[in-house]
Write a protein that binds this ligand. Structure first.
Ligand code: NAD
Length: 335
């Protein structure tokens, strides 16, 4: 017998990743969808199979539901994920874990109290190019990492979320909280922590609302661009740029400079990983294009979450790791 899973929030990330990936997982029997806008839950239940819960409590109180994905907007994670954990459900929470460190700590406390799994969807860890880069760094094939450069930018979330207007919650301080920093930046901060087995400790950052306007034609309340310089606990130095105003091809690239050469990730659409050695040798890996808003492939996140439940393993992205990443985001936006 497979398991039943619930999903809270039936917007774009549920439609593109959680619902199709649960539907494709052989250990999942049924998906129960809940959204405070019931039409959205109905639509996804029709598209992917499953049923609709009328209230969120229905999910919490159903003893057959083993796990819940929290795909609500950022301001609700600390409420939904905490309640789900305290009601005995394993939780896969969308990033950012919460709107601030205090709220994130509430979720972590609930996880400890419940003894259930908490995983956070920092899906960049799962891509083939990032996994391969991690192996190369871990095996010290290029010696030690010295510096790094990373960016994540696209044309903005108003063409992604269910509300495809400038009134989107992604632009609201009270709901997104940290703008592009918590939306895209958080992915790359987590990636750097993961690849380097290190933690960013010091931050110098500039951020601003340079171009996006809200539904009233006013500059948005959160940042649409960030540039920053970063220093890790182990003394590595790096730079990062996060943007909602790259009005062309998406940039999802990272460069890691090591003692014996350079690792270039997602610079070339064909060879996602390129190693340039100090002696002139170049090794190119054609692995798999990264998922973008227009190219949705299986991220592996749901399979990994289900696997951690079935085999009682520590999730690939823990609450503690997501909290460490969130702390860097708070430093970046200066809170
Ligand atoms: N991991 C990733 O790569 C990735 C990508 C995009 C979005 N996300 C994250 O996923 C979450 C959802 O984003 P999205 O793009 O799907 O947004 P969206 O606006 O498309 O959808 C959000 C949905 O959640 C519902 N909702 C909000 N609060 C709720 C609540 N308290 N109870 C029930 N339903 C609620 C809304 O009605 C809406 O249908 C956000 O935290 C976002 O940062 C992660």
């Amino acid at each position: 017998m497979g398991m039943k899973v619930g999903i809270i929030g039936c917007g774009s990330i549920t439609k593109h990743r959680h619902a199709p990936e649960y539907a494709a997982n052989p250990n999942v029997d049924e998906i129960i969808f809940f959204d405070r806008n019931p039409e959205r839950a109905k639509e996804l239940a029709l598209e992917f199979g499953g049923r609709v819960a009328e209230t969120v409590e229905e999910l919490y109180e159903d003893p057959e539901i083993v796990a819940i994905s929290d795909c609500s907007s950022n301001e609700a994670h600390h409420i939904n994920s905490t309640n789900a954990l305290l009601n005995g459900k394993h939780v896969l929470c969308e990033k950012p874990l919460a709107i601030n460190v205090e709220c994130a700590e509430k979720i972590l406390e609930a996880q400890k109290k419940s003894g259930k799994k908490l995983m956070v969807d920092h899906n960049q860890r799962f891509t083939k190019a990032h996994q391969k880069a991690k192996d190369i760094i871990e095996n010290k094939e290029l010696g030690e990492v010295l510096t790094f450069k990373t960016s994540f930018g696209h044309e903005g979330p108003e063409s992604w979320g269910v509300d495809k207007t400038n009134g989107t919650w992604f632009f609201k301080k009270g709901r997104s909280h940290s703008g592009v920093a918590g939306d895209l930046g958080i992915h790359k901060i987590d990636l750097i922590h993961f690849l380097l087995d290190d933690e960013i400790e010091e931050v110098r950052a500039f951020h601003g609302a340079l171009d996006k306007l809200d539904e009233n034609g006013e500059p948005i309340e959160v940042c649409d661009n960030v540039v920053c310089a970063l220093k890790t606990k182990k003394g590595r130095l790096g730079t990062a740029s996060f943007s909602w105003t790259y009005y062309g091809a998406e940039d999802n690239s990272t460069t890691i400079y090591c003692q014996k050469g350079i690792i270039k990730i997602y610079h070339d659409p064909k060879d996602q990983l390129i190693i340039e050695m100090r002696d002139g040798t170049v090794v190119r890996y054609d692995l798999e294009p990264i998922q973008t808003n227009d190219n949705q492939t299986n991220s592996g996140v749901i399979d990994s979450f289900i696997d951690s439940i079935i085999h009682d393993k520590e999730p690939m992205v823990t609450g503690e790791q997501a909290l460490a990443t969130l702390k860097v985001i708070e430093k970046i936006i200066g809170e």
